[in-house]
Design a protein around this ligand. Structure first.
Ligand code: C5P
Length: 318
């Protein structure tokens, strides 16, 4: 019998329901206030672990993304576990890249959650969070899922209750925005509004269970100035009745939330009727609550886990 253990997991995307950038910090990162939310759009990661003397990490992905974060995540997970062996991964991408949807970060977090379970090791949530934060500012959120407030670099997370069921439309306009460049463009403008005002308006928003019209993303001004088409996408979503319609992360994807499935269908039709837009793609999305996020994980790993505990715990621990 082969000692190889396998799993196939879904790595879901995120949107920022609100995103305020306060100021550049001495470490070069920017101080954030954001609300993160997992959504139904997902990549698929197939991952296999075979114990061995040497660690070999292999990744198959159709797009051959250079320096893929999942490879680094696997290496860091192996180090954290003190384990050795072969890790084979295959990634099927559906989440658009450079779109502010955290696809690469979610893929990396998926490796951190799945690999210890397959290898029969226990890694504390604390250690996982630390490794996740080193891999990227958006990675730790995917160890939590659902809805959360992110502060600091975005890696300090506090769970929020799930909002009312909401569905939406996500438009990926086919524009790749570099996160580092978007921060560089935004940084000189950060002195115009007092950080205190931003904190108060952000805070009042987090107290509201629904995602109100007060939602804002500070990157919109600088990213829309460079890519005018994005402002038009937001306008079309608002006209279709989305509340809010907002860019996610540093762009370029724009989402619109709606109360009912019928409204989403209407919006999809309206978007389709507005003519072809090159590589623009529109997706129907739903918000993924924390219980649902965890269920997805437990189900995907069910033959390898014990109980329904978070993070998933391996039944192969000796
Ligand atoms: O952490 P991550 O690798 O995702 O960050 C990418 C880039 O985005 C950083 O190098 C930094 O320039 C910028 N960034 C920032 N402030 C944050 C998060 C990211 O300036 N809170």
């Amino acid at each position: 019998m082969s000692a190889t253990r396998r799993a196939r997991v879904r790595a879901v995307a995120k949107i920022n329901l609100d995103l305020r950038v306060l100021a550049r910090r001495p470490d070069g990162y920017h101080e954030l206030r954001t609300i993160l939310q997992t959504i139904s759009l997902a990549d698929t990661l197939e991952i296999a672990f075979t114990p061995g003397r040497k660690t070999i990490i292999a990744l198959e992905d159709e797009l051959t993304i250079p320096d893929n974060l999942v490879v680094r995540a696997a290496r860091r997970a192996m180090e954290a576990m003190g384990a050795a062996g072969r890790v084979e991964m295959r990634l099927t991408k559906r989440i658009p890249m450079g779109a502010g949807l955290g696809g690469g970060s979610s893929d990396a977090a998926a490796v951190l959650l799945a690999l210890p379970v397959l290898a029969g090791r226990i890694v504390s949530l604390r250690k996982l969070s630390e490794v996740a934060g080193e891999l990227g500012s958006d990675v730790p959120f995917f160890l939590l899922g659902g809805r959360a407030v992110g502060i600091g670099r975005g890696t300090e997370l506090f769970p929020l209750p799930d909002g009312p069921r909401a569905r939406g439309v996500l438009v990926a306009p086919g524009v790749h925005v570099s996160t580092a460049e978007a921060y560089r463009a935004l940084s000189p403008r950060l002195t115009t509004e007092s950080p205190q005002n931003k904190i108060f308006s952000f805070q009042s928003h987090t107290w509201d269970r629904s995602v109100g019209e007060a939602a804002a993303n500070d990157f919109e001004a600088v990213v829309f100035a460079r890519h005018r088409r994005l402002a038009a996408v937001k306008k079309r979503l608002l006209r279709a009745g989305a509340r809010p319609a907002l860019m996610t992360g540093s762009g370029s994807a724009i989402f619109g939330l709606f109360g009912t499935g019928d409204e989403v269908s209407q919006a999809m039709e309206l978007l389709g009727a507005s003519g072809p837009h090159g590589e623009e793609a529109a997706f129907r999305i739903s918000l993924v609550s924390r219980p649902r996020y965890r269920s997805l994980w437990w189900r995907a790993l069910q033959e390898h886990i014990t109980g329904r505990v978070w993070p998933p715990q391996s039944r192969h621990v000796r």
